[in-house]
Ligand binder design. Sequence first.
Ligand SMILES: C[S@@+](CC[C@H](N)C(=O)[O-])C[C@H]1O[C@@H](n2cnc3c(N)ncnc32)[C@H](O)[C@@H]1O
Length: 308
Amino acid sequence: MENLPENIKPGRESILEPPLQMSDEDFRSLRDFINRYCGIYFDVQAKFLLERRLTQQLRHHRIRNFRDYYFFLKYDPRREEELNTLAEILTTNETYFFREDYQLKALTEEILPEIAETKKPEILLPSEKCLRIWSAGCSSGEEAYTLAILTHDHPLLKKWTVEIFASDISNQVLTLARKGVYRESAFRVTQDVYRRRYFEPAEDGFRVRNEIRRLVTFGHLNLLDEERIKMLKPQDIIMCRNVIIYFDRESRRRVIKSFFERLRPGGFLLLGHSESLMNLSTDFILRHFKNDMVYQKPGPGAPPGGAK
Ligand SMILES: C[S@@+](CC[C@H](N)C(=O)[O-])C[C@H]1O[C@@H](n2cnc3c(N)ncnc32)[C@H](O)[C@@H]1O
């Protein structure tokens, strides 16, 4: 599995106390359990990292060995809470505003105009058109607010209702996202004009202005939870970047299948620059736009039967 050592954020484990020993059998049990829970897959090279990172949880709960911790995760009444903590400990949350600008250019210059031209009003909203975007694996919210800024500014969407749903498995990052206050590093590629227009100085950084915040709803959602995903409204665009690279192939397949089902016919799937649907799904059409390649569910506005 690529990227595995980066799965684990540095600096969480104690440097004062040595990690507890994890047997190969316990490693496999815990690895498979974590994989079934959230899709993240640790290969054998990451064993020592998992050992070090989980040691703090064993110490915290006064559990003596990894076997008992595995049973704790499976059967203890506090397991839900512990799984939330695991999501915090084991995920990487790196993100920033306006990440992968060529894809955002494809979005504003090619995809949104196409949607504006082809999307029909919905039965429930006959008098206005509605655009729904889902930022799946949104981390601390920079991606979702970027989408909100770009749609808010878009000349073709002036009369549209825009709904952006942003989700993550980690409650910690969702709390930051809802707060909407960011430090300098989040703006590493943000043009000044956006910062001036859509952020206001706050005590500990810059706060997203209300006109942008109100476009985004944040929610806790595990991307492997197909039943809850089915409850989302049909989406025009799903953006899921730098999330499934940490998953094994079977979990990626499951997530992509859920995305396919949640997109409205003709909707778009935007993955990270190093991610593709190769060996995962043949259901989508690969669209070669000027600025980027993106996936589209067959339907209104999509080229018939293949790439355009
Ligand atoms: C590297 S961040 C990507 C943030 C943003 N999409 C970007 O590209 O800048 C990956 C995020 O995926 C989330 N994540 C990992 N596994 C998940 C799962 N099973 N369900 C939902 N979110 C998950 C992590 O908590 C983390 O915040």
